[in-house]
Design a protein around this ligand. Structure first.
Ligand code: SF4
Length: 467
């Protein structure tokens, strides 16, 4: 991965499924396209015509993995698909999803977004019982747990998920049924919508627009929804449910046109910008600039509230990430410049409020401020539309150690000096909840209040450095 892509949080996969539509593969392809921002390392689709299942998966973008002939070959009326960013397990093909268990009698396939946090013990136990794993992804555990469980397929799913801890939005496809399962804390989003005679299920509601589907409801925390020949079944695999949507889904991961638990992402971000502007009574600035694209909504909110004009002071080159495959050292050093350009005629001699969604390692923020100053900006006041990220995420976001998090090591004044900013402020947790119109959030990477036991991550979390 290129250096200029490393200093951002990475999305942790997206799932999309279709039940009962003759164009299941094509619709899933379009749905995965809409979810591409959640993972770019691999993509796959499994279909079923009611009797037989077919699969295609490869490393790469959705448009690279599937051409028209592949989709025509994926016959069937049911489908599940996945876009992958690897948080657990590598990016090798065995870990690209859907994972498919081919059995003597029938088979089934699994797509998973999130992270199983008791994976180590589950895998140890399964291996001791004779299970053989093909890859290193935690998602394969789901396949084995379902296969080993007893009873009807729905009972098997219940038994399997009652053993799994962590964050997940999972789709399971058999030859005639599709099941959607969400973790007991509702950390990862999952919604479903009506589609002609059938339904579709998606990590984000933005994918319903491209498939002309009408949103019905979210899968509730701890819920299993089965779309089966006997109709829709809604049940729970646990009664210990609670609601803690990942706050970073609102801050950064999800597309602005998605609704998460009924809250529009663009509006949530815009309100966070407005609240930051209300807190900034002492700023004399000429323009507001957002770091494209995820900070644009918050920058618009800040500008609207403060009456300081919003300007496109930074322009993003959208094609850098994948075309620039083997950078030389010199090109590496130009990393941020290749991805972002400061518009000299807009920023020169200006006092700027620079809005960014979050700070992870701090290297990108530092270079963006440098870019603006090299282009002639007079002052750069940085406002971050989320609290400082001080704790690793154990729920499927790739910040798994304190070393990666600059706010775990520096206080705000130290960080401001390191970045070369003229001032630095963060949105606090209380304001963030107000902006997102919900208290039902996971804020563990900001305050260390993990919403589950820590399981495999106990020792990592206990190693918090002193500031
Ligand atoms: S720790 Fe942070 S990134 Fe991870 S699920 Fe919670 S809010 Fe999201």
């Amino acid at each position: 991965m290129e250096e200029w892509n490393e200093d951002v949080l990475h999305e942790e996969c997206g799932v999309f499924g279709v039940y009962k539509d003759k164009d299941a593969a094509f619709l899933t392809y379009y749905g995965l396209h809409a979810l591409q921002h959640r993972g770019q390392e691999g993509a796959g689709i499994v279909t079923s015509d009611g009797m037989h299942m077919k699969i295609r998966k490869r490393r790469g973008l959705v448009s690279e993995v599937f051409h028209e002939e592949h989709l025509k070959d994926l016959q069937g009326i049911h489908a599940i698909g996945h876009v992958r960013y690897a948080t657990a397990g590598g990016s090798e093909l065995e870990n690209v999803q859907p994972l498919y268990a081919k059995l003597l009698k029938d088979g089934f396939a699994v797509c998973h977004n999130g992270q199983i946090i008791n994976a180590h013990n589950l895998r140890k136990k399964l291996e001791a019982e004779g299970s053989i794993f093909q890859g290193s992804s935690d998602s394969e555990i789901i396949l084995h747990l379902i296969q080993k469980a007893n009873g009807t397929f729905l009972e098997k799913i219940k038994e399997a998920f009652s053993q799994i801890e962590g964050a997940f939005a999972v789709l399971v496809l058999t030859k005639d049924s599709l099941y959607a399962i969400r973790d007991a804390k509702g950390l990862r989003p999952l919604s479903f919508a009506s589609l002609n005679e059938g339904v579709c299920v998606s990590s984000e509601t933005c994918a319903f627009q491209v498939t002309n589907a009408d949103y019905i409801d979210d899968v509730a925390p701890g819920e299993i929804i089965g779309f089966t020949p006997k109709g829709m079944i809604r049940t729970h695999y646990t009664t210990a449910c609670d609601h803690h949507m990942c706050a970073m889904e609102y801050v950064y991961f999800s597309r602005p046109d998605s609704e998460l638990d009924g809250i529009n992402v663009h509006n949530a971000r815009k309100r966070s910008g407005m609240i930051m502007a209300k807190r900034d009574k002492d700023i004399q600035a000429d323009i507001v600039v957002g770091v494209p694209d995820s900070s644009t909504s918050a920058a618009i909110g800040y500008a609207e509230q403060s009456r300081i004009p919003f300007e496109l002071g930074l322009i993003k080159n959208r094609y850098v990430g994948r075309t620039f495959i083997k950078p030389t050292q010199e090109q590496r050093e130009r990393g941020v410049k290749m991805k972002l350009s400061a518009v000299r005629s807009i920023v020169a001699d200006k006092n700027i409020v620079l809005i960014d969604d979050s700070i992870v390692r701090g290297t990108t923020s530092k270079r963006i401020i440098q870019l603006l100053k090299e282009a002639g900006a007079h002052q750069v006041h940085v406002r971050i539309a989320s609290p400082p990220i001080c704790f690793p995420c154990i729920y499927g976001v790739d910040t798994s150690s304190y070393e990666e998090l600059i706010s775990a090591r520096m206080n705000v004044d130290e960080l401001c000096a390191y970045l070369g900013a003229d001032s630095l402020r963060f949105l606090d947790i209380h304001d963030m909840k107000e902006a997102f119109h919900t208290e039902k959030l996971c804020c563990a990477c900001f305050n260390g209040a993990y919403v589950t036991d820590l399981y495999d991550y106990q020792s990592i979390i206990e190693r918090k450095p002193k500031k």
